[in-house]
Write a protein that binds this ligand. Sequence first.
Ligand code: C2O
Ligand code: CU
Length: 487
Amino acid sequence: MRTHVLRALGSAIALVALVVIGWIAWLWYDSRLPDTYDVMDYGSHDYGGGPVPAGLHHAETSVAELRGPREGMADAKFMLTAQTATIRLASGREVEALTFNGVSPGPELRVRQGDLVEVTLRNDDVSQGVTIHWHGVDVPNAEDGVAGVTQNAVLPGQQHVYRFRAEQVGTFWYHSHQVSSNEVRRGLFGAFVSEPAESSFDLDLSLAAHTFDGIVTLNANDRFQSRTVSPGTRVRLRLINTDGTPRRFVVQGTRFLVLALDGTDLNEPPPIDDEPLELAGGGRMDIAFTVTRVPVWISLAETEVGLALNADGATRPLVEMGAKFDPAAYGKPAATPFDASSRFDRRFELTIGRWPGFLDGRPGLQWTLNGGVFPHVPVFVVQEGELVHVTIANDTKAVHPMHLHGHHVLVLSRDGVPVTGTPWWVDTLNVEAGERYEVAFRADNPGIWMDHCHNLRHAADGLTMHVMYAGVTTPYKIGGTTHNESE
Ligand code: C2O
Ligand code: CU
């Protein structure tokens, strides 16, 4: 009798084990990416509760047609050559870097609002290929620089021309979007500044924070850089975080205004002084102040790296910093083209998780989007002109700077609390562990747009998806002989 029961139990356990093993094997099998694939073929279409667009299955537009102006003389023309180079930091330490024009950050590209910008990208010797993505500049899709989605990677000896009109003003940056988790870290990036017709600043600098081989730098300087400026000088600093993790800037010796976030001016910014400025990975903040006789230090928190104005001989004071700057309650509200009470055409949920699973056949803890591991992630389908609402929830213990290409999104609320200050527009939103944001954007730039974590390591590990306009397709492919690998 007992052996009978035991035997039955034994076979039941064997059966369950077989089913579990079979299921895991299937998960493994299902996770593998084909050698070469099309972004159109993966993910599951999510319509955000809106209608399935009529034109969805007969594609009318190719990404390749969604270009900037091909005709006309460029107002601002640049040549960027991707090349390997050894760069020397102020401390004398050397870094084997990937550069544009031999330097990293690459040359600052400064244009005026309305300029027709033309950039010729050449690849000298970056073997895996390069592209240029204009982070935060809402360019036409074909100019967006994503390998395998909007163009092919530019291989050594090849070139590619980008042309677009700089419609926005503000602080942006450019970086390679081919194997970006590797190439950006190694130095393929630079500042892109679009100035208004009239600027009222005497000193206007972009300052890009970047970690090279574990060394924290500001404009490739791993020390304090000193400058003497006369009292009365109006200073605008364009802070850029090119790393994947949040970076804090600290300002000492002056009160200052936060003028802009992610390239968008804030409304009626009041002066502040003891709030550290935390930038999302990929995020920007512009600050302004007028120099007096008092020395001013702008530094990266917990480092001796930064910019020192009129600080000759002075020692940097130790100051107690307050709570970090919070855009949600800074400045004054102003009219926006839509708000939380608008009627939305589609409402999407984007929940970031972390679960055991397989990524392209590799077992481990994986990032998930709405429960799926890449490529089983959602594709948000929209139509031109629609008003789109997205709720982003971070159910992981890590911070994720979520970056949508081609659009700026208006932040409506954080953890259920409405934004009460200035309109808060972002292209890169720091979503901290456990946080939940409601954001909205107007679908006014047709294409296939990446929406991913700008901790580019996370993105390469699958924290990436797309927003697709119905009817748009791409002729480009990823992987295999294409050499294209955006993350
Ligand atoms: Cu700054 Cu998809 O990137
Ligand atoms: Cu992330």
